[in-house]
Design a protein around this ligand. Sequence first.
Ligand code: NAD
Length: 307
Amino acid sequence: MTAKLIKGTDIGEEILQEITTETTQIKEKYGVVPGLVTILVGSNPASISYVTLKIKTAHRLGFQEVQDNQPADISEKDLLALIDRYNKDDSIHGILVQLPLPKHIDEKKVINAIDPDKDVDGFHPVNVGRLMIGGEEVKFPPCTPAGIQELIVRSGIETSGAEAVVVGRSNIVGKPIANMLIQRGKGADATVTIVHTKTKNLADHCKRADILIVAAGVPGLVKPEWIKPGACVIDVGVNRVGEKPSKNDPQKMVPILKGDVDFDAAKEIAGYITPVPGGVGPMTITMLMRNTLRSLKSRLGIQSGNS
Ligand code: NAD
């Protein structure tokens, strides 16, 4: 294998340790801990497992965590009122509404109802604007792109002046990571191209990339011959391509996950590559925790810097 593996599990764990240390110090000095509420509407199994993992992680870090489960038929009005209650609750620094929501609820209205200073997902238009301005304006970088940037920085990859190509233009991954990479500063200063479904000659763009970030949701989209030798390849894609018996309990079936990059062939050409699973995935929850800590620090007037 040529490429160095970028392990999100290890880097994420390192950051969680840092968050735990800072949380303990803040608790000792100020007598407060970060408070995170996760609002789950209905009982979508994937949403339940995401929320459970978020709550477990928050608990492990010493945060105050509130899991607020609401029935699938909650009215939009009641959900908005609930959010308003948490907006006004001083012990809560981060509000997360697990998406997707049932069809009768307008997701946009719900996101817009969250206080931008508690919007730890970074999806509120105010936070999208802050991210666009960059620098000191940024309050909550969205979690998956922030995780990608940390993987790049902590792996010692030079971004300044690098050609970065982002495959995908979604609001949660493609657009924000491209925006973060063009800003000034650490883990940025790159020359960025965004490619998407209407792009001509996708392969030619990818071949130029020193840093190739793929968030398309198409298994094996990026072929090994599209990768510049030595490039850093960040595979954001998580695609269920089948099922297999669980290692711990062979009676139980677990999904087989594949990324958007043909990993086995790509690792022979790339200089760095993220695996799926275990690459970008674990970073998303880690960054959610970091944003929640940042929210408390901002309330206490403590500078966050790059952390
Ligand atoms: P999305 O469907 O909203 O956006 C996909 C983007 O890829 C679109 O902008 C589209 O134009 C582009 N695209 C799709 N097919 C393409 C093709 N053939 N050629 C060029 N561009 C193409 O998806 P998303 O929410 O950005 O997620 C992308 C992938 O990342 C999914 O597999 C998702 O599961 C995964 N994801 C992982 C995490 C994580 O924490 N690891 C977080 C978010 C998303």
